[in-house]
Design a protein around this ligand. Structure first.
Ligand code: PLP
Length: 263
């Protein structure tokens, strides 16, 4: 009876449910397991969407969410917390209240504002709560360039990176997929360092759930104890391979093949 393995790398995930299976909690769970960690999942919102676009969302009950998180954190040995879609301010406040009681667990936050094919996933008034309550607790924030500009109220991406660091994130990874160019360039900002670039060739299709895949695989590597730069590098390579093997499940965006083996 002593040969039961215990999992040491558990990631607690706060994310929305995408019923198409392309993004959100489903994407996070597969990416975390594919990268050798265990995912414990908390649903922040239900969405109505297909592989084409988001139509609407209904947030979860924030008190229920807080209760679920506290029960899991008492039982599981959580080594990283990944936050995705949060939708409304009440959810930010619940997550913040939980994080206050677990100040040493690293937090990776992907500030999802819209679906890849369009459709609103966050109320605008949530930005202030994110800045005040969540950014100071983030080891790593992973906005795309649109989210970075909206949160930082700046145009130049370097200024956005510096502003987000000033608001308390230790690292900021600004993803360049929405910028023009034959390559996609992500830039990792950290205080007092020249930003580090992660470049990959732009693939020809539109994909759903790439941000979820990247942030969750980073969280898995952080849970394994990897430093942030290594975690980003490993996760970036993994995410690129999931996109090379992406498949069509519906009529819209392609979905990453997240069961690819990490190298
Ligand atoms: N979370 C949920 C619940 C979603 O529905 C979506 C997109 O539709 C996302 C996150 C963001 O997905 P992506 O990784 O494509 O930015």
């Amino acid at each position: 009876m002593n040969n039961i393995a215990s999992v040491t790398s558990t990631v607690l995930v706060f994310a929305g449910h995408d019923p198409s299976g392309g993004a959100g909690i489903t994407a996070d769970t597969i990416a975390i397991h594919a990268n050798g960690a265990h995912a414990a999942t908390l649903i922040t919102a239900h969405t109505v969407q297909d592989t084409i676009q988001v139509q609407r969302f209904i947030p979860a009950d924030s008190l229920l969410l807080e209760d679920q998180a506290r029960v899991l954190l008492t039982d599981l040995d959580v080594r990283a917390i990944k936050i995705g879609m949060i939708g409304i301010t009440a959810i930010v406040e619940s997550i913040y209240s939980v994080l206050c009681d677990y100040p040493t667990i690293p937090v990776i936050f992907d500030p999802v504002m819209a679906g890849g094919g369009g459709g609103h996933l966050m109320d605008n008034e949530v930005h202030a709560a994110i800045t005040e309550l969540l950014l100071p607790r983030c080891l790593l924030l992973t906005p795309n360039s649109i989210e970075a500009r909206r949160l930082a109220h700046a145009e130049a991406l370097d200024s956005c990176g510096q502003q987000l660091l000033q608001w308390g994130c230790r690292y900021v990874l600004i993803k360049g997929s929405h910028e023009a160019g034959t390559d996609i360039v992500h830039r990792l900002y950290h205080a007092n360092n020249v930003p580090q670039q992660f470049t990959s060739p732009r693939l020809p299709h539109e994909y759903r759930g790439t941000g979820c895949t990247l942030a969750s695989s980073i969280a898995a590597h952080i849970a394994h104890g990897e430093p942030v730069v290594n975690a980003v590098q490993l996760a970036q390579q993994y995410t690129y391979r999931t996109l090379q093997q992406a498949y069509a499940a519906g009529k819209g965006q392609l979905l990453p093949q997240r069961f690819v083996q990490p190298e």
